[in-house]
Design a protein around this ligand. Structure first.
Ligand code: NDP
Ligand code: GDR
Length: 331
């Protein structure tokens, strides 16, 4: 039986990836960090099916211990301080988790099984930052625009470097924004769908947002974890852009979300300058040609379907009803 270790298993992607690996017959291990209140909401339904270990990306020995206990064939490094605005407020901590944390995981693998443990790094389209080329591909130059983006560039290159220095099987997945009903409420898609649901149900009267003009290539998280797994099943380790190849403004996201409950967004959305970022990433659109050709990966959920299902899920949740069955993994 194959064993996998996931850092960031309590996060959006961690929960979908754990489900996918269980479906594929893996023994799944996850790293959780100690906190006075548990944040296991996304993996509650997996209790008893996955093995949780306490460790922290800030603590090298804790990672080595977990690596020994779980003895994985594959390691997926998804843990990070992943919210871009927080990276301006806590740039040093963001660097510790999101940059040096990657090296700590790689060092644990180098120590315990450089020839047999395969590694996936959660890299990000935020590394592209200021537009250098459209659409963005694996070899598009990086120009990050936030401490988070800068930290992810380090994580990407240290992954490439361990592959080249030690011949380790290390892949960097450059994933564009991917969302779901499990997305954290601070990210714009979920903030919008949760806000729309609250307004529809009379629980709120307005939705405050920042820049409506930025453009993102948004996909469904359940599709994207499939690409992570596929990367580690290849003969050669490599880096891949994972994206839909379509881009939409935040304004279009807002229009669609309000339209899903028959409301006119212009009556409810207020622009709040405090939500505008010190430096913005204006346009992201990825070219997934390599992932399609080499991994056989294609996204299955469209942007319109994604927005609609997220609004429906938030309405149901706020009404105390079960989340609708979207005929997608684990929902
Ligand atoms: P989330 O923010 O939902 O999850 C982040 C996870 O990291 C949580 O499980 C969190 O644990 C954990 N974590 C944070 N700091 C530490 C630490 N010091 N030690 C151990 N665990 C820690 O992110 P997503 O699931 O959306 O994203 C997964 C990864 O992919 C991240 O690295 C993100 O930067 C990257 N990414 C995400 C994209 C997206 O659109 N979603 C696109 C491209 C890259 P806790 O529950 O305790 O907070
Ligand atoms: P992003 O996602 O920064 O792309 O990073 P986010 O959803 O936070 O922002 C997307 C765009 O929406 C604009 N925006 C707002 N954003 C938030 N959060 N809240 C608002 O009120 C708001 N109003 C407008 C932003 O300015 C931005 O242009 C996500 C994270 O998951 C990263 O971890 C990941 O690496 C990248 O996606 C790819």
């Amino acid at each position: 039986m194959k064993r996998a270790l996931i850092t960031g298993v309590t996060g959006q992607d961690g929960s979908y990836l754990a489900e996918l690996l269980l479906e594929k017959g893996y023994e799944v291990h996850g790293i959780v960090r100690r906190s006075s209140t548990e944040s296991f909401e996304r993996i509650e339904h997996l209790a008893g099916k996955i093995h949780l270990h306490q460790a922290d990306l800030l603590d090298q020995l804790s990672i080595i211990d977990v690596m020994k206990e779980s003895d994985p064939h594959e390691v997926y490094n998804l843990a990070a301080q992943s919210f871009v605005p927080t990276s301006w407020k806590q740039p040093v901590l963001t660097g510790e988790f999101t940059s040096i944390g990657v090296t700590r995981v790689l060092e644990a693998i180098r120590l315990l099984g450089p020839d047999r443990i395969r590694f996936y790094q959660a890299s990000s389209s935020e590394m592209f930052g200021k537009v250098q080329e459209v659409p963005q591909k694996e070899n598009t130059p990086f120009y990050p625009r936030s401490p988070y983006g800068v930290a992810k560039v380090y994580g990407h290159w240290i992954t490439v470097n361990y592959r080249e220095s030690y011949n380790m099987f290390c892949c960097s997945g450059i994933l564009f924004n991917h969302e779901s009903e499990r997305r954290g409420r601070e990210f714009v898609t979920r903030k919008v769908t949760d806000g729309v649901a609250r307004i529809k149900l009379g629980l709120s009267s307005e939705l405050r947002l920042g820049n409506l003009d930025s453009k993102r290539d948004w996909g469904f998280a359940g599709d994207y974890v499939r690409a992570m797994w596929l990367m580690l099943q290849q003969d050669q380790a490599d880096d891949y852009v994972v994206a839909t190849g379509e881009t939409h403004t935040v304004r279009r996201l807002v229009e669609l979300a309000f339209a899903a409950v028959d409301l006119d967004w212009q009556k409810y959305v207020k622009i709040d300058q405090t939500l505008v970022r010190p430096a913005e990433v204006d346009l992201l659109i990825g070219d997934p040609a390599k992932a399609k050709a080499k991994l056989g990966w294609t996204p299955e959920v469209s942007f319109e379907q994604l927005v609609e299902r997220m609004v429906k899920a938030d309405v149901a949740r706020l009404q105390g009803k079960p989340i609708p069955d979207f005929k997608a993994r684990g929902i």
